[in-house]
Design a protein around this ligand. Structure first.
Ligand SMILES: Cc1ncc(C[n+]2csc(CCOP(=O)(O)OP(=O)(O)O)c2C)c(N)n1
Ligand SMILES: [Mg+2]
Length: 355
């Protein structure tokens, strides 16, 4: 005989469409207009900071940078759903999450100037450092989630990974372990359609990235990652249920800009594709909603833009006033100084290298 051994499916959630219209059948009753306004302002701030770093990098005032343009709803929606005690494990593009979580902005600008001192955040923010090796944050996050369960803490761990990152062994090992041990791990797949120059449809033949959860027996959902309400709701639900086990949320979004400042996407993708995604802009649809509701207008937009620009400029100034201690190049790699490094340090000291 032959019978069905397994049959799985993945749900897709969108609450607010590109016209700023809400589907009331799935709209949570506890999301107020004032919260939607906060989401809008959070996304505006993330976009403004992003544009600022890009411009600083072009002036030689910042190092290589991975822009978030287009991914604001995925980052702000997930960040706003997090509770204080939840733990955030980023990859390298989640600047919006850091900002929304309240990491001091001058600290971020410091990091983008190339100083490791900017990659250390106040402990109470529960934010792990920026991690560049693709998907290596995944097993770490599972371990952190395991520790939360072991210590009986009411904290969920939110780890971010790109569409490309989901092809790494680390991704599978992390989600498999998370499933077996039922740890409170929420994996946010920030599917921005590209892994540098490799498009999503060549990354994997799987129809969705969320369905990778099925292989390890955990729950998942795919959401419109440019719809801040859908992202927020899915994340909030996952956090509420995190004591029961892990969850994967695939946010379908788009990297509207460069992979990093050393990349030129016009070499591998068409203008038509980018234009198509511009119509799905995560910020524009919320603005349409707020304007229709009489909660936003040009005057308020101008006022907010000016306030953000002042805040951003002050943070940049603070970061640019920072004077690094040259001794820090010896202290930030290891938790203790190995003998060989100690010898170099002593030599530098003896030769008054710090002057
Ligand atoms: C282990 C490892 N392999 C390769 C790289 C080079 N690299 C940096 S980003 C990237 C693509 C990542 O794509 P994705 O996971 O979709 O994240 P996105 O950049 O789109 O946010 C690659 C291959 C790296 N940093 N680490
Ligand atoms: Mg990607």
């Amino acid at each position: 005989m032959i019978s069905e051994a397994f049959n799985g499916s993945v749900k897709y959630l969108q609450i607010m469409n590109e016209e700023g219209e809400i589907d009331q059948t799935v709209m949570p009753q506890d999301i107020s207009d004032s919260q939607i306004l906060e989401m809008y302002k959070g996304m505006m701030l993330a976009r403004a900071v992003d544009a600022k770093v890009l411009s600083l990098q072009r002036q030689g005032r910042a190092v290589t940078y991975a822009p978030l343009l287009g991914e604001e709803a995925t980052q702000i929606g997930t960040a706003m759903a997090m509770r204080k005690q939840d733990i955030f494990v980023p990859a390298f593009r989640q600047h919006g999450v850091f900002i929304e979580r309240g990491v001091p902005m001058d600290s971020l600008f410091l990091y983008w100037r190339g100083f490791e001192e900017g990659n250390v955040f106040p402990k109470e923010l529960n934010a792990f450092p920026i991690i560049v090796p693709v998907a290596t944050q995944m097993p770490h996050a599972t371990g952190i989630a395991f520790a939360q369960r072991y210590l009986k803490k009411d904290s969920a761990v939110l780890v971010y990974v790109g569409d490309g990152g989901t092809s790494e062994g680390d991704f599978y090992e992390a989600i498999n372990f998370a499933g077996v041990w039922k740890v409170p791990l929420i994996t946010i797949i920030e599917n921005n359609q590209w892994a540098i120059s490799l498009p999503r449809n060549e990354q994997t033949m799987a129809k969705t990235l969320a369905q990778k959860a099925i292989a390890v027996g955990i729950d998942s959902i795919q959401v419109d990652g440019n719809d801040v309400l859908a992202v927020y709701k899915a994340t909030k639900d996952a956090i509420t249920n995190s004591s029961k086990g892990p969850m994967i949320i695939e946010c379908v979004t788009y990297r509207m800009g460069l992979h990093t400042t050393s990349d030129d996407p016009t070499k591998y993708r068409t203008d038509i594709e980018v234009e198509t995604w511009k119509k799905k802009d995560p910020i524009e649809r919320v603005k349409k909603y707020l304007v229709k509701k009489g909660l936003w207008n040009d005057a308020r937009e101008q006022q907010e833009t000016e306030a953000i620009s002042k805040l951003v400029d002050e943070s940049v100034e603070k970061a640019e006033r920072f004077k690094p201690d040259p001794r820090s190049m010896f202290s930030t790699v290891y938790s203790f100084m190995p003998q060989t490094l100690r010898e170099e340090f002593d030599e530098a000291e003896a030769n008054n290298f710090w002057q």
